[in-house]
Design a protein around this ligand. Structure first.
Ligand SMILES: *Cc1c(COP(=O)(O)O)cnc(C)c1O
Length: 397
């Protein structure tokens, strides 16, 4: 194993070096181990690997060298004791639930979780006799009251998608632990560069690595990391149910991760400038971004985050009609259901984050149909502002 950077190194050094291991014939990059199984001539060595007493791999649904490098890099970035990879973010989230919950247990969470996660809460977990209490996202008293009634798993997401609400990880982790709950945080939006949920008290972090971690919109993946005893249970569920990460995808995610800190630093700066610019535009009726001084939870954002992230959302004059007019005029944006990439991506929640929900469900979550989610890429900020100006000026009276 190549020398690993120490725990005291900065996030950028860990993004580059952590998890990297020696490949074949001096290869400086982690190779794609596109092998289903791993062969052993020495039966005792094979048995030792099978029993977990020696380093090595048996079968790629369980573990794989390329996937292990990705798991170790994310583990180091989140400063977690253990990590396990998945085929997608939703696989990481659903496997975490099904590994840790059983009939009769209770989950407390927020109304504004990612659309797919919300479906697990409303459609799938209740089917298995799991009680789910969803509270208003920013109502911390309501969350604490729900926790006090008993809780096995507290699930948080912050900032939320697509209205950029925040929850106080330290405060709710303490309340969750007082109730005896395992505390899980979806850190997809913030990434470990902007927010460290485990240091704030959470037990587990889950990621859609598809988004900022990979950063290039060319590979699906997910990771769950945190307390070793919990990750072991989640890994065991995944090795049996089979939502394994493909080694080719793991390679792309590893490559993307090496520039995570550079991308996020630029996206933080760019998103803040764009949010301020949008706030002053006459055709914009509202901007959601935790870095804005008038964001209702700006103080919490400053306490809890090291940067405010690359995603913002805004509503335009004319609501859905306004969106129909200006969205197609953006030249420097993919109109697609994704975020966290090097290219800017824009779209309405009805076809992106909350495509799984009905219009009524979105309305109940307080997500206007005319909202535009804008994931800032790594383009020059001035060019993005000029592009937005061109699109928004079409809305002026
Ligand atoms: C995209 C996303 C997910 C789901 O991830 P997939 O990789 O698409 O399965 C979960 N949580 C958040 C916050 C997301 O943005």
């Amino acid at each position: 194993m190549r020398q690993q950077p120490g725990e005291q190194t900065g996030v950028g050094t860990r993004a580059v070096w952590s998890g990297e291991h020696d490949g074949w014939e001096g290869s400086t990059q982690v190779p794609i181990a596109r092998s289903v199984a791993f062969g052993y001539d020495d039966v005792d060595e094979w048995l030792a690997v099978g029993r977990g007493q020696a380093r090595g791999h048996i079968y790629s649904r369980n573990t794989n060298p390329t996937v292990a490098a990705l798991e170790n890099k994310v583990r180091a970035l989140e400063d977690a004791a253990a990590a396990t990879g998945f085929a997608s973010g939703m696989a990481a989230i659903s496997n975490t639930f099904f590994a840790l919950l059983a009939p009769g247990t209770r989950v407390v969470s927020i109304k504004d979780s990612y659309g797919g996660t919300n479906k697990l809460f409303t459609e799938f977990l209740p089917r298995f006799g799991i009680d789910v209490a969803l509270c208003d996202t920013t109502d911390h008293e309501a969350l604490e009251a729900a926790l006090a009634q008993g809780c096995d798993l507290l699930y948080l997401e912050t900032p939320t998608n697509p209205t950029l609400k925040l929850v106080d990880i330290a405060r709710l982790s303490a309340a969750g632990h007082a109730a005896g709950a395992v505390v899980v945080v979806d850190n997809t939006f913030a990434t470990p560069v902007n927010q460290q949920p485990l240091a704030l008290g959470a037990d587990l972090v889950v990621h859609s690595a598809t988004k900022f971690l990979g950063g290039h919109a060319d590979a699906l993946g997910g990771v769950a990391c945190g307390r070793a005893d919990l990750v072991r249970r989640i890994y065991h569920f995944r090795e049996i149910t089979g939502a394994a990460l493909d080694p080719g995808a793991a390679y792309l995610l590893l490559r993307g991760l090496k520039t995570l800190h550079l991308r996020i630093a630029h996206q933080n700066d760019s998103a803040l400038r764009i949010a301020r610019w949008l706030s002053a535009h006459p055709a914009v009726t509202g901007v959601h971004y935790p870095g804005l001084e008038d964001h209702p939870q700006h103080d919490l954002a400053q306490r809890q985050m090291c940067g405010f992230g690359g995603v913002l959302s805004f509503s335009v004059r004319g609501e859905l009609d306004g969106l129909r007019t200006c969205l197609p005029r953006l030249r420097l944006a993919h109109r697609a259901a994704n975020l966290g990439a090097v290219e800017t991506i824009a779209g309405p929640p009805a076809t992106t984050s909350h495509v799984e929900c009905t219009a009524e469900e979105r309305a109940a979550m307080g997500i206007p149909e005319g909202l535009i989610r804008y994931s800032v890429g790594i383009e020059d900020t001035d060019d993005l502002i000029a592009d937005l100006a061109g699109a928004l000026d079409s809305l002026e009276p």
